[in-house]
Design a protein around this ligand. Sequence first.
Ligand SMILES: [Zn+2]
Length: 246
Amino acid sequence: MNQDLEPPTWTLRDGTLRSPLLEAHGLVAGFTTRALGSMAGSVYPETEQAANRDALARRLGFDAIARVKQVHGNSIVRADRAVEPRAEADGMWTDRAGVLLGIAAADCVPVLVADGAGRMGAAHAGWQGTMLGVAGSLIAALKADGADTSQIVAALGPSIGPCCYVIDESRAKMLRRLGDHVRERQGGIVFDLWSANLAQLESYGVRDIEVAGICTKCGGRDLWSYRARDAEGRYGTQLAFLGRPP
Ligand SMILES: [Zn+2]
């Protein structure tokens, strides 16, 4: 672990890492670990991953998990229940209790938000989604429905950290447009997904933001990382989740 990282804020409970900030608002909010199995995409059989998702939903007290077909974009949809086929989007929101929102991630950062008046949302932000402003789009969607952005609380879940997210110069050139989130380190250039998304949320008026501070690659929390695939190239995905119990 790079020593200039802040200590992690999210804590382990029942095989999941939880957001103390969002859970203090009466929500169920967190990120699975490998202990609960791979959750979506990846190289594991879909029947196995669907069973893992169902088990997770039940364990958390929900019937099913609402998801989107993540495409590294910035579209946000309303998701009041689990439907197939899933909408192509990288963020979703609802104001209904009993709906568990789920975002699959192995290195991209899950962005979880709630407005204190029942609205909540989740987004998937890798470097492309961050470039396209998906976190800001999620806040804009809540605001369009009447949310007061100054009341929104947000959490950035575990993802590849600035300790490990090495990028090449061509990508660095693009990402420098976002501000001071690309840094020169011994061993290469790194991108800080956490500070970039934090800044984006702040620019939309969100003030209360918690950063999990756990790197999927080196954070030692039993997580899969796309960038730490095994010798056969295998990896799984975690699921970030957010919902108000029914
Ligand atoms: Zn790391």
